[in-house]
Ligand binder design. Structure first.
Ligand code: FAD
Length: 247
């Protein structure tokens, strides 16, 4: 299904650590969204000078329900656009375009998958994990951030996965360091192997240091790791999967 533009409405807002979560009633978008896709939100209201939409990964969707389909996003405040989003309340209108971007590729076989996410980059991995588990895959997580407050989804990852490794750059929770520091030992323990090759292993990547200011968001390839037994399996694992990478 192609992207649509929807005049949505905020259903609810909540804070999780340093992140804001916004649930938006956006029926046409929720129906067609797949893990790994994102939405683009107009910011500032009808008479704003902020012409450019801001992009956010889809954290969760609810296709049906008493309010119609909803889309959930997770964000931290960076500049004027996200500050405006953080000021929204239930019932406020918000203009949304989506679903955009290429969804994650899914394996055909029940392989072992290690999902790696940093900061809000973990957000799109949870619907992916659910779909993988539905296909009989074992799902492990590596979740990282600069500080404990900037981790997203660590508890959720513990709840739904076989093995979880948490890293923070300041050592405030889990192992001190970056997600890439613990990835080799995680893969060794799970018996999974990087696939595609290591340069393309991460599904989503980590923040830089707490003080780092990026020149802009970048895109990365995914995904995962699969068990050696499945290496002969051709198919979507060879595809490039796209996800957002918080700088
Ligand atoms: C495909 C895609 C998916 C994304 N998903 C998410 C998401 O799920 N959650 C989320 O919070 N963000 C996400 N982003 C980044 C988000 O779009 C930007 O943070 C947002 O556009 C910032 O808008 P702003 O008006 O608040 O800041 P701007 O006015 O655009 O920028 C203000 C200042 O903040 C800096 N800045 C901008 N973006 C970031 C950033 N990501 N990290 C640190 N500093 C930044 C700028 O360099 C500038 O100095 C995504 C980006 C893309 C392209």
């Amino acid at each position: 299904m192609g992207a649509v533009q929807v005049r949505g409405e905020v259903l609810s807002t909540r804070r999780t650590g340093e992140y804001h979560t916004l649930t938006i009633v956006a029926p046409g978008i929720a129906d067609g969204a797949r893990p790994g896709q994102f939405v683009a939100l107009a910011v500032g209201g009808d008479h704003s000078a902020m012409l450019l939409r801001r992009a956010f990964s889809i954290y969760r969707v609810q296709e049906r329900g008493i309010y119609g389909g909803t889309v959930e996003i997770v964000f931290s405040v960076h500049g004027k656009g996200t500050a405006w989003l953080a000021s929204l309340h239930a019932h406020d209108p918000v203009d949304v375009v989506g679903p955009l971007g290429r969804p994650f590729a899914l394996p055909r076989e029940p392989v072992t998958v290690t999902l790696v996410g940093g900061g809000y980059g973990s957000a799109p991995l949870f619907t992916l994990a659910e779909q993988l588990r539905g296909r009989g895959c074992r799902v492990d997580f590596v979740i990282g951030a600069a500080t404990e407050g900037r981790l997203f989804g660590a508890l959720e990852a513990k709840r739904i996965s076989t093995q979880v490794s948490i890293t923070t750059e300041d050592g405030s929770l889990g192992e001190k360091g970056r997600v890439t520091d613990v990835l080799p030992s995680m893969l060794e323990r799970s018996g999974a192997e990087p696939y595609p090759p290591p340069t393309r292993v991460a599904v989503t990547c980590s923040f830089g240091s707490a003080n780092a200011r990026p020149s802009g968001p970048t895109m990365s390839t995914g995904s995962c790791a699969r068990s050696p037994a499945s290496q002969a399996v051709p198919g979507p694992w060879t595809e490039k999967t796209i996800s957002t990478v918080p700088p």
